[in-house]
Ligand binder design. Structure first.
Ligand code: ITT
Length: 216
């Protein structure tokens, strides 16, 4: 079944209990996007924060994949369930790929989205439009109950604007103009539209395809 086809049940065969998966994140926006992007499957996503005792592991990795693995393993060990983690961020060409894995902490360890966005605008200064190319990247790690892993990645190309626009989404969405939606920032896209073109949506579809290819 194609990930976009209707009818659900792509992850389990008819009659089986839905696969319960812990989403290893403290970011509620991610949980909502993941639920919406994979709503066509019969998977049931439970937010780690809702189960209590989420350890919020330190993200000591140097890559998105390493950090996603740290979070997914922590959740699967804590809750004894399959666990899915997203590690993601913004790579700006004119800043040599920054903020990258430090996206959530760009303006400091407890920085708000608004503070991170302000720091990004400051770092780019009057850099002209042609040099404001950037991409969001998401790496998803699923740790199954038997400890085996599936890794998937997605990117979304675009550029950084000069002032925030839009109310949807989170993080750098108000500053990011996806190539796929000319005239609108990511924060001007309702969730379904964002998921259709976003890095996280692409990574989740790739994950689903990988599982489907092995009959799961
Ligand atoms: P968890 O680690 O608990 O999942 P987090 O928000 O800290 O939550 P990351 O460590 O993966 O997640 O950092 C991702 C940061 O990258 C996020 O805080 C945003 O600043 C940015 N980011 C990632 N995906 C984004 C998106 O879809 N829209 C806007 N900004 C995004």
């Amino acid at each position: 079944m194609s990930p976009n086809s209707e009818g659900g049940g792509g992850a389990t065969t008819a009659g089986q209990a839905p696969m319960r998966v812990v989403v290893a994140t403290g970011n509620r926006h991610k949980v909502e996007e993941i639920r919406a992007a994979l709503a066509f499957t019969s998977w049931e996503f439970v937010a780690a924060a809702d189960l209590g005792g989420w350890p919020e592991p330190e993200e000591t990795g140097e890559t998105f994949e390493e950090n996603a693995r740290i979070k997914a393993l922590a959740a699967s060990e804590t809750y004894g369930l399959p666990a899915l983690a997203d590690d993601s961020g913004l790579e700006v060409d004119a800043l040599d790929g920054e903020p990258g894995v430090y996206s959530s902490r760009y303006a400091g360890s407890c920085a708000t989205d608004a503070e991170n966005n302000a720091r990004l605008l400051l770092a780019l200064g009057d850099t002209p439009r042609v040099r404001r190319e950037a991409r969001f990247r998401s790496v998803i790690v699923l740790v199954r109950e038997d400890g085996s892993e599936v890794v998937a990645e997605g990117v979304c190309e675009g550029h950084i604007g000069t002032e925030p626009r839009g109310e949807h989404g989170f993080g750098y969405d108000p500053l990011f103009w996806p190539d796929a939606t000319p005239g609108r920032t990511m924060a001007e896209l309702p969730m379904a539209e964002k998921n259709a073109i976003s890095h996280r949506g692409a990574a989740l579809r790739a994950l689903h395809d990988l599982l489907e290819a092995v009959g799961e």
